[in-house]
Design a protein around this ligand. Structure first.
Ligand code: APR
Length: 273
């Protein structure tokens, strides 16, 4: 029996009911948003126009303090609003509708889980999102409509500035050098021990602490990797019962929905969009 078939049987017969998804940029490539590290197509391979000292500097808080222009050049291209959720995002929503979803930990800042209709209580945006914006000096909030106006305003060179102190403002995306939201740690404390199935999808598992989540679940928790390549401890220290679905996320979403008898419901969710 294929691993996915075994997984589908267990989902249908109620073996798993507290499913935690752990996802990364690979679940949004189908939406037209490049991931970060795929050779050639990944964002980090296409930032030469920004003259960065190294690719990840575009999301580094100290580099942002000196040269915010690089991030805001990229933000103009990545800003949510023009991308739609993928089949995989709707599969997560379907798990919620089936009352199987415990949480989705996402590294993505595109808010496509929210746009797919996943309830806010289920979502942990571990690396923040564009949903709000704060000054990096005095922490005053700047409304998104003002941030967007500044991004188009040559007088400030497209860099949003704080109306209180004149400092630089950035969306609440977690930059390298910043801490993850308390929500990440608070909910993981509970979820880690309670989940009976984790589905890790579309991530290279290269950025900690998020990358450490799959290895932290108890041995009794079933783990599934949906990724184009083996990553993290699925490669370095795999567990005997790990299920590896090493194909495109959206293909797996279709296959799993089909095996569970949920194909029509997934199509309907996407149609209602
Ligand atoms: N289906 C399945 N896997 C895919 C697909 C797809 N359609 N597209 C890409 N992948 C895989 C890639 O093979 C890679 O293993 O998804 C993974 C994406 O890895 P990264 O580009 O490193 O993205 P991610 O893991 O989310 O990056 C983590 O790095 O720069 C920081 O903060 C940023 O949150 C980001 C973090």
């Amino acid at each position: 029996m294929s691993d996915l078939k075994t997984l589908a049987e267990a989902l249908k017969n109620g073996t798993y009911s507290r499913v935690v998804f752990m996802v990364g940029a690979g679940i949004s490539t189908g939406a037209g948003i490049p991931d970060f590290r795929s050779p050639g197509t990944g964002l980090y391979a296409n930032l030469s126009k920004l003259n960065l000292p190294y690719a990840e500097a575009v999301f580094d808080i100290e580099y942002f303090r000196q040269s915010p222009k690089a991030f805001y050049t990229l933000a103009g291209e990545l800003y949510p609003g023009k991308f739609l959720p993928t089949k995989f995002h709707y599969l997560i929503k379907l798990f919620e509708e089936k009352r199987l979803l415990r949480r989705v930990y996402t590294q993505n800042i595109d808010t496509l889980e929210r746009i797919a209709g996943v309830g806010a209580d289920y979502i942990v945006e571990a690396h923040g999102s564009f949903a709000a914006n704060h000054c990096i000096d005095c922490d005053a909030e700047l409304a998104t409509e003002l941030l967007k106006l500044d991004m188009e305003d040559e007088l400030v060179d497209g860099i949003p500035v704080c109306r209180q102190c004149g400092g630089y403002v950035k969306p609440d995306i977690v930059f390298f050098g910043e801490g993850l939201p308390d929500r990440f740690y608070d909910l993981w404390e509970q979820d880690c021990k309670k989940t009976d199935l984790i589905i890790v999808a579309g991530t290279s598992l290269s950025v900690y602490p998020f990358a450490g989540l799959p290895a932290a679940v108890p041995r009794r928790t079933q783990r599934v990797l949906v990724n184009q390549e083996r990553v993290g401890d699925f490669a370095s220290s795999p567990r005997k019962v790990d299920i590896l679905a090493l194909r495109a996320c959206d293909v797996i979403a279709d296959e799993l929905a089909e095996l569970c008898g949920w194909a029509d419901e997934l199509v309907e969710l996407i149609r209602k969009g």
